[in-house]
Structure formats: structure tokens, C-alpha cells
Ligand binder design. Structure first.
Ligand code: FAD
Length: 316
């Protein structure tokens, strides 16, 4: 029996939502497709219906809404630095976006797709014949996590690079689903379960990412990877300080969800780093070892604090 495949192209938000609800048993939204197509090629993504949302113009705006800068989910990563407000208030987002993939990928990939890109693991992101030969893992219908031997938990890594930068600057996401439109703190959409990394409704469409304006963020973004291009993160750190001295750190690549720690400029730096290390459940499922990535967490965070603290600030 062959499965029928559908490729749908809504022109409006309403059409997109109708199509999603009509196909909710087995569909995937398609934005830039740079994550979806790679996963389909490897047999890890098999939805029979693709809903290509790139024709929905309402998702491409960058505009001020109240005290927020709203960046449409379809804004492409390479476009970030063409927006004056992003350049002026959120340069860390540009640095993060520029660290994704390669120039060609950034011209195709969208911000919405980036915060929702699939978790990764060296035992999962392989061709179908490789996975068959080694044995299927929990994330692809096997019954054991190859990295840890667990029969319950999947530790595939959260790898979006823009999400840590956005979270460190208190980003919210605006989402529409069958219950209507709502705003959620970006970190709250991630579950920490590598099998089902996000807790959004099946039909949820991300409309925009919202960043609070006039916070005078100072941020440092760092990414550990084996080469400077075409490489997913083995550790991403973003540390931001707002105008009131609130410090927010968000880490990617070392847990199935972003690791988030908050403090103030007066907080004990060593204590904040300790909290991050405690939360990061890195396992050996990456090109770099777990131990090395954990050591690099402290190195990256210490360097970020050095850069952010004004000269003469109290030492840790
Ligand atoms: C060689 C290579 C290198 C890469 N390197 C990196 C890297 O360094 N860092 C990194 O973060 N990523 C990397 N990626 C992954 C990917 O390119 C990016 O995450 C990209 O930003 C995904 O955006 P997209 O628009 O292509 O998403 P898509 O592939 O279209 O979608 C990704 C996911 O988001 C969902 N989705 C997209 N938009 C919406 C929306 N508005 N509402 C609801 N769901 C939506 C899709 O259904 C899908 O589940 C790489 C990919 C490749 C192939």
C-alpha cells in the first residue's frame, strides 16, 4: 500500500490553519525547509503532508508592537542585520543568526524554523542504513538510547543557535493554534524530553518572535563547533545583561532543552556557572565529549562575564 503525499501552499494564515487542522494526524509546516528536508532525506521525517507557509506574507513583517520588536517567523536569518532596530538593540541575535550553517543556508532558513529545528544526536542524525546497522535508538522507534543505555529517556541535544540569544534577551513567541493566539516565554515551549522537544499543540503555528525594546541589552554569544561553517553547535552560550542589571544566561547543545539561569550583576558568578553546570545534562552524543563540553561551559561563561562586567567591577 502506498501512502499519498500532499504538498500544500496556503496564501493566508487562515488557510494555513485550516490545512493544519484538516491534516493534523500527519503533517509538517515547511518554512525554509533546511531542517525538514535534511531530516526527510535521512528518513527521520516522514510526514505525508507538507504545508509550505512561505506564501503567507503576514509572517514576514518586522515591526514595533507596543514595547516589543516583533520579528515575523518567516524572516530569514540573513535578513536580521538589515533591520535597524535589530542592529541597534539586539546585535547578539545577528551574531547568533550568522553562526548558523553557511551563507546559503542563512538565505533560506527562517527565524521561526530555527527556534523549532529538531534536536540532534550523533546516533540519530545518520542515514537509514547506518541506523539500521547500528540499531535503532529511542528517537527512531528503537527501544534503547544508544548514547546512555536508557530505555526511557532521549538526550538528543537542543541545537538552535538563535534561541539561546533570544532567551537571554527575554524573547516571547506569538503562537496561533486551535485555542487562538497567545504569547509564551520562548524557554517555556521546550520540554526537555528529547523525544518530544516542544510542548506546542500539533497545529501550532509560530507567528512572530517578540523582543522587549529599550532594555539596553549588552550580550555575549559564543559557539563551540569543530569548524567555523556548516557545523551544528556542540555548545552555545548567550549571556545578556539588561538596563536594570538583570543577568540571563541561556545555553544550547548540552541538554535536550535550553539551559536557562538568571541572576543579577551582583550575583556570585561562580554560583551562576555552578547552576548552569548542574542543569546541563550533556551526554556523549556529540562530536566532542561530554566532559570537554562541560569544561567549556565554565570557560565560555567566565569569558562572557569578563566581557560584560565593566572594568573595576567586583571580582567573583
Ligand atoms: C548543513 C546544515 C547546517 C546547519 N547548521 C545549523 C547551525 O549551525 N545552527 C542551527 O541552529 N541550525 C543549523 N541547521 C539547521 C537549520 O538550517 C536551521 O535550524 C534553520 O534555521 C531552520 O529554519 P528553516 O526555515 O529552514 O526551518 P524548516 O526546516 O522549514 O522547519 C524546521 C521546523 O520548524 C517548523 N516550523 C518552521 N516554521 C514554523 C512556524 N512558523 N510555525 C510552526 N512550525 C514551524 C517545521 O515544521 C519544522 O519542524 C543546519 C542545517 C543544515 C542542513
Amino acid at each position: 500500500m502506498t501512502t499519498e503525499h500532499f504538498y500544500l501552499q496556503p496564501a493566508t494564515l487562515d488557510e494555513a490553519m485550516e490545512m493544519a487542522q484538516a491534516n493534523e494526524h500527519d503533517f509538517r509546516f515547511l518554512a525554509g525547509g533546511t531542517d525538514v528536508w535534511a531530516n526527510r532525506f535521512q528518513g527521520n521525517e516522514t510526514a505525508s503532508c507538507l504545508i509550505d507557509i512561505t506564501g503567507v506574507g503576514a509572517l514576514k513583517d518586522v515591526k514595533r508592537i507596543g514595547n516589543y520588536l516583533s520579528i515575523g517567523s518567516l524572516v530569514r536569518l540573513h535578513e536580521m542585520n538589515t533591520h535597524e532596530a535589530v542592529r541597534a538593540e539586539f546585535p547578539a541575535l545577528i551574531t547568533a543568526a550568522n553562526s548558523v550553517g553557511s551563507p546559503l543556508i542563512r538565505r533560506t532558513a527562517t527565524l521561526g524554523g530555527n527556534i523549532l529545528c529538531e534536536n540532534r544526536c550523533i546516533f540519530y542524525n545518520q542515514s537509514a542504513w547506518w541506523r539500521d546497522a547500528v540499531g535503532l535508538c529511542l528517537k527512531c522507534e528503537g527501544n534503547i538510547c544508544i548514547a546512555t543505555g536508557s530505555k526511557k529517556y532521549c538526550f538528543s541535544e537542543f541545537v538552535s543557535d538563535t534561541a539561546p540569544a533570544l532567551i537571554s534577551m527575554d524573547a516571547m513567541v506569538e503562537v496561533v493554534d486551535r485555542a487562538g493566539v497567545r504569547r509564551i516565554k520562548l524557554e517555556d515551549i521546550y520540554t526537555g524530553d528529547g523525544l518530544r522537544p516542544r510542548n506546542l499543540d500539533k497545529t501550532a503555528l509560530v507567528l512572530a518572535i517578540l523582543l522587549p525594546l529599550e532594555q539596553q541589552f549588552r550580550s555575549v554569544f559564543k559557539k563551540l563547533r569543530q569548524r567555523e561553517s556548516l557545523e551544528f553547535s556542540s555548545l552555545t552560550t548567550a549571556v545578556s545583561v539588561n538596563r536594570y542589571g538583570k543577568v540571563k544566561m541561556a545555553l544550547g547543545g548540552v541538554d535536550p532543552k535550553p539551559v536557562v539561569v538568571e541572576g543579577t550583576l551582583e550575583s556570585d558568578r561562580a554560583e551562576l556557572i555552578k547552576q548552569a553546570l548542574k542543569k546541563a545534562r550533556a551526554v556523549d552524543n556529540d562530536m566532542y565529549t561530554r566532559n570537554y563540553r562541560r569544561e567549556m561551559i565554565a570557560v565560555f561563561l567566565n569569558r562572557s562575564f569578563d566581557a560584560l562586567l565593566p572594568a573595576g567591577a567586583p571580582p567573583d
